[in-house]
Design a protein around this ligand. Structure first.
Ligand code: PAF
Length: 279
């Protein structure tokens, strides 16, 4: 399996393997789970060459503690990618490769997509995500890039960034544990008991979906917030219903608009997010 650490090695690898067919990129921060592996399998099936980047991006963390505690399992990750195909190129850059002028995020104007939910609760997060994703696009020159729907707000933002660059964004639905908990690298920090408690997140989203046609937005939000607030040892950060195309929080339903519910909670000190399409 080719492993690449510097931009020079990367260029060499790309030149040697270029056969004029599409290149796919799956950007990750490692600690790969089934959700990542499904994206990698899709990229591998759809492209002549597939890159998986593993880089824990310091500029997208709003808390030093969260960055320091982010799980890192590079050897196991490389092994998992190897089982899909040893020819997949794993790009594991240093902080200096991504940020030659120092690890700082650029400021982005993202048509308001960053103003709600994660953008509101994690100031600067999407500037960090946008900076690293654009840098990875520049370095790896993909034709297609793959992102999961668990981070739906991120997906909308990278789609906006990719459009003028002619890079296509493809996504896959969230992969879930047997109890409904959305797969996330952060789940590895939860105890068995924590995982059990966290199943309430998806159960609440499903409840909102099944009541969507019969209740108004206010009633749906009240019901969800009550259920999540009553859950033991779970702190609710936000529950929102938004219009899917612009991620604006809505107060009422309109014809022809697709809606999504989003939630962020903290369980055992670990922040978990999830979302569901409502109609
Ligand atoms: O979704 C992630 O894992 C990260 O936000 C990403 C897209 C790899 C950027 O660091």
């Amino acid at each position: 399996m080719p492993k690449v650490f510097t931009t020079e090695e990367l260029r060499l690898f790309q030149r040697k393997n270029d056969n004029n067919r599409s290149w796919g990129l799956v950007p990750t921060m490692g600690s790969l789970h089934q959700g990542h592996l499904k994206l990698i399998q899709k990229a591998h099936a759809e492209n002549a060459m597939t890159f998986v980047s593993i880089f824990i991006n310091p500029t997208q963390f709003d808390s030093k503690n969260d960055l320091e505690n982010y799980p890192s399992t590079i050897d196991a990750d490389v092994e998992k990618i190897y089982t899909i195909d040893p020819n997949i190129c794993v790009f594991i850059p240093s902080v200096e490769t991504i940020y030659p002028d120092g690890a700082k995020a650029r400021k982005y104007t993202l048509q308001g997509l960053d103003k709600t939910m994660e953008g509101m609760y994690r100031p600067g997060h999407f500037d960090g995500v946008s900076t690293v994703v654009k840098r990875l696009f520049t370095l790896l020159q993909p034709d297609v890039a793959y992102f999961g729907q668990k981070d739906f707000q991120q997906l909308q933002i990278v789609s906006l960034l990719a459009k003028p660059l002619g890079i296509e964004i493809r996504s896959l639905p969230t992969v879930r544990e047997a109890n409904g908990l959305a797969m996330s690298s952060r789940n590895s920090r939860l105890s068995d008991e924590g995982r059990e408690k966290a199943k309430m997140i998806y159960a609440t989203l499903q409840m909102v979906k099944s009541n969507f046609s019969s209740l108004n937005i206010d009633a749906l939000k009240t019901m969800a917030i009550q259920k999540l607030s009553e859950a033991p040892q779970m702190e609710l950060e936000y529950f929102e219903i938004v219009a899917e195309h612009n991620l604006n929080v809505v107060q009422s339903k309109a014809k022809g608009v697709s809606y999504r519910a989003f939630v962020a909670v903290v369980v055992e000190g670990t922040r978990l997010i999830d979302n569901i399409s409502l109609n």
